[in-house]
Design a protein around this ligand. Structure first.
Ligand code: TYM
Length: 343
């Protein structure tokens, strides 16, 4: 097997399963925009609607959430001319490659995924088969473009390791070096944004408490109120980052500040050491409103023209298929599928 050097290419996805949170924005989307604007590698971003339905989604809500997510990408700075922006179900090659990967991945690998264990919980007999196979579809999302770099938040690390394992096993089984072994890009001050109500839990769109998260659709008042009410401890901010070690809520707010201000936790601490939360929280609220309110307004504006959003998604899917179709055809050849005459 000879080593093939794959052209660098960025891929990432977000589920349209409810609204976008500050966690999605800081952990993923903001990084997507930086990678797009750096211009070093082509960038492909996807609304993973096939992943969303691994748990029940009400159809009208899924449709709305997919369009709103597309509006969120654009409002955050993704330019559908520079990046390829589309929803997963419109590029059937994802599901087709996922089937091949279902036959490469092992049950044991899937069963060890912490997200599967968390989501299926004690009721795994009743979870969908799709939820179990979720990481194989995720690997297919990446590999169908031969993507090499995948920007994500910390919570996706295990899934990306599994994507690497699938690529390695496929290459070994068929004695090729066809699929790249992807590099996760888990970078920045906010790779794991925590709940505003509990510093030991990830900020998540599925948390029952809306006060635990900032949604990208929140208006300025809601953003400020949620930050004001965020759980903290009574001590002032320390004078070094090490002083945040056992203070998860304080650390979270400092990391959020750093990510919003495009700086580091160290720099935030240097500027705010000794401050009480009564002073720090209003500064953070002002910063969050200044950065997020324009995005939320632009999303609302874009959502007034869903036909335009659908056209953008249609064009994105066409461009995505131009890359995906030949990679699927080559995969089928490697696996030994007979290509029908004229196809
Ligand atoms: P999803 O939709 O749960 O989240 C989308 C992105 O947001 C990041 N993220 C966070 N980052 C920091 N702090 C948080 N609290 C937080 N919450 C979410 C996630 O890490 C992710 O980067 N399986 C993926 C979607 C997916 C995908 C892919 C990603 C499908 N195929 C291929 C990369 C490549 C997911 O459910 O993300």
């Amino acid at each position: 097997m000879t080593d093939v050097v794959h052209t660098p290419r960025v891929f990432s996805g977000i589920q349209p399963s409810g609204g976008l949170t500050l966690g999605n924005y800081l952990g993923a989307m903001k990084r997507f925009v930086q990678l797009q604007d750096a211009g070093d590698m082509p960038t492909i971003f996807c609304m993973v609607d096939l992943h969303a339905i691994t748990v029940w989604q009400e159809p009208a809500r899924l449709r709305h959430a997919t369009r709103e997510l597309c509006a969120g990408f654009i409002a955050a700075g993704i330019d559908p001319e520079k990046s390829i922006l589309f929803n997963q179900s419109q590029v059937p090659e994802h599901a087709q490659l996922a089937w091949i990967f279902n036959c490469v991945a092992r049950m044991g690998w899937m069963g060890r995924m912490t997200q599967w264990k968390d989501k299926a919980g004690k009721n795994s007999e009743n979870a969908s088969l799709g939820l179990f196979a979720y990481p194989a579809l995720m690997a297919a999302d990446i590999m169908i473009y031969h993507a090499t770099h995948v920007p994500v938040g910390e919570d996706q690390k295990q899934h990306l390791e599994l994507a690497r394992d699938i690529a390695i096993k496929f290459n070994n089984d068929y004695d090729v070096s066809f699929f790249p072994v992807v590099e996760p890009l888990i970078e920045g001050a906010a790779t794991r944004v925590m709940s505003l109500r509990d510093g030991s839990k990830k900020m998540s769109k599925s948390d029952p408490s809306d006060m635990s998260r900032i949604n990208l659709t929140d208006d300025a008042d809601a953003i400020a109120r949620k930050i004001r009410k965020a759980k903290t401890d009574p001590a002032p901010l320390p004078d070094s980052v090490e002083g945040l070690a056992d203070r998860p809520e304080a650390r979270n707010l400092v990391n959020i500040y750093a990510a919003l201000a495009d700086t580091t936790a160290e720099a935030v601490i240097a500027d705010h050491a000794g401050q009480q939360f009564g002073t720090f929280k209003p500064s953070l609220a002002d910063l969050a409103v200044a950065k997020l309110d324009p995005i939320s307004r632009e999303m609302a504006r874009l959502m007034q023209d869903v036909d335009q959003i659908d056209r953008i998604l249609g064009r994105g899917a066409e461009r995505a298929r131009e890359i995906a179709a030949p990679i699927l055809a080559q995969t089928y050849d490697i696996v030994g599928m007979v290509r029908a005459q004229g196809a």
